[in-house]
Design a protein around this ligand. Structure first.
Ligand SMILES: Cc1ncc(COP(=O)(O)O)c(C=O)c1O
Length: 429
């Protein structure tokens, strides 16, 4: 991986080009990262989870809204300033070097980004490609899979709408059949969830789509158990990890999933327009790439990398985003996000007429939660939270889930959540 110093040195001198000096930005953000690390030194995860002085340092690395409280961090993540500074430098570098960069340095930038991601995700470079987002990653599989008419796929109504739309399109194109599992909203056991999918399996089932962390409610499904059950029937599993990657604690390989797609602009806090597609090597050969490729063998994952001129400056910031994530650590990041979510949900659950539509257990949730108030439409609640209390959330009005989604991020604090609680109390009264 290129270090900050070697990178600055190389970009300042490359080919004799003159580049703007962004090292000042680095110094500023490095100071915060160092303060953050100093506060964490010698402390265990459980000591840091509620250490607001530490989280204040983390907050200082973001650019949080000052006009309103942003509790809608589920759409995408803001980048910490350390990553943003790197991206600005990369944008300038590419803009200055122009096609010289594309012809001479683009591949190296891609290789460095892949190395950083491979190390972070515990994958081999032969098992994944960088793409633009979860939608592209999973659509590649949905539209590249050699479906036969009559093949069955199990989905559920809480899957992300673009994935359901992709399968609906395949239904019209290839004659596959979709079966809808009915997943419990507040399961008591993993087996309840596993059974909901298992019930729909027939001799024609080819694939199950598992949304690891459901964006509507924040519920985390028991992925490893679902894969084990499906494989027992010879059924493949495609995982939508848009919200679980770099958020909840899991290892892609350990899930034994056949296909997995995620977006790096969500919880890894990369610039927008970056995703990852993982395919178990034994499945690569049978899936057609979305964009034509005649460069690589059918079993070479790089056949999925043909997506034309790409946002190389964003790609070249992946290693820096990983650095930021690792400065906090996956475990502490998850524990803090889970703490923030349970901080407000456990209190909100006590308010009359309020219902929490997200499991409370650590194995079944992370940062995201959804609540409803008896007698009030989700749109109205979200609107009033913003208009009357300066709190930004999003209303969820889907067939199976009705409520307001609240997603704190690492830069949010308990004082902001106290304001949310006051607002909910006011609206419920
Ligand atoms: C569960 C889930 N899957 C897929 C996506 C699509 O992500 P993207 O727009 O980055 O492709 C989202 C977006 O919020 C999501 O929540």
């Amino acid at each position: 991986m290129v270090t900050r110093r070697s990178f600055i040195k190389s970009t300042a001198a490359v080919g004799g080009f003159f580049l703007p000096d962004f090292s000042f930005e680095y110094k500023k953000t490095d100071e915060h990262i160092n303060q953050m690390k100093a506060l964490a030194a010698g402390k265990e995860v459980h000591e840091l989870v509620k250490n607001e002085a530490y989280w204040q340092q983390v907050r200082a690395l973001f650019q949080p809204q000052t006009d309103f409280i942003n509790l809608e961090n589920g759409y995408f993540s803001a980048q910490p300033q350390s990553t943003l500074a790197q991206q600005l430098m990369e944008v300038n570098r590419v803009n200055t070097e122009n096609s010289f960069f594309m012809r001479r340095s683009q591949n190296e930038a891609l290789m460095q980004a892949k190395s950083a991601l491979a190390q972070f995700a515990g994958l081999h470079k032969e098992e994944f490609v960088i793409c633009r987002n979860t939608t592209e990653a999973l659509d590649t599989v949905v539209h590249g899979y050699p479906w036969q008419a009559g093949d069955e796929v199990i989905v559920n109504k809480q899957d992300y709408y673009s994935m359901l739309a992709a399968f609906e399109q395949q239904k019209r194109r290839s004659g596959i059949k979709l079966k809808y599992a009915k997943i419990p909203q507040l399961p008591k056991t993993d087996e309840e969830v596993v059974k909901a999918f298992e019930k729909e399996i027939t001799s024609k089932t080819k694939m199950i789509l598992v949304t690891h962390l459901i964006n509507l409610t924040g519920q985390v499904l028991p992925l490893n158990k679902l894969v084990e059950m499906a494989h027992g029937y010879g059924v493949e599993v495609m995982v939508d990890a848009a919200h679980s990657f770099a958020h909840v604690l899991f290892n892609i390989k350990e899930t034994k999933a056949d296909y997995l797609g995620t977006s790096l602009h969500k919880w890894l806090c990369c610039p927008m327009g970056l995703g990852l597609l993982y395919i178990d090597p034994k499945n690569i050969e049978k899936v057609w790439p979305l964009f034509g490729d005649d460069e690589y063998a059918a079993n070479d994952i790089r056949k999925f990398e043909h997506w034309g001129t790409r946002p190389v400056s964003a790609m070249a910031t992946i290693a820096k985003a990983v650095d930021f994530h690792e400065a906090i650590g996956s475990e502490l990041k998850f524990e803090r996000l889970f703490y923030l979510k349970n901080y407000w949900t456990s209190k909100a659950a006590e308010i009359k007429k309020v219902q929490i539509n997200t499991p409370m257990e650590k194995s079944r949730s992370g940062a995201i939660a959804n609540f409803s108030i008896e007698g009030l439409q989700p749109d109205k609640i979200a609107q009033r939270l913003y208009d009357e209390h300066n709190i930004f959330t999003v209303a969820i009005n889907s067939e199976e889930v009705k409520g307001v989604r609240v997603t704190p991020h690492l830069y949010n604090n308990t004082a902001e959540l106290d304001k949310l609680l006051e607002a909910i109390e006011h609206l419920a009264a």
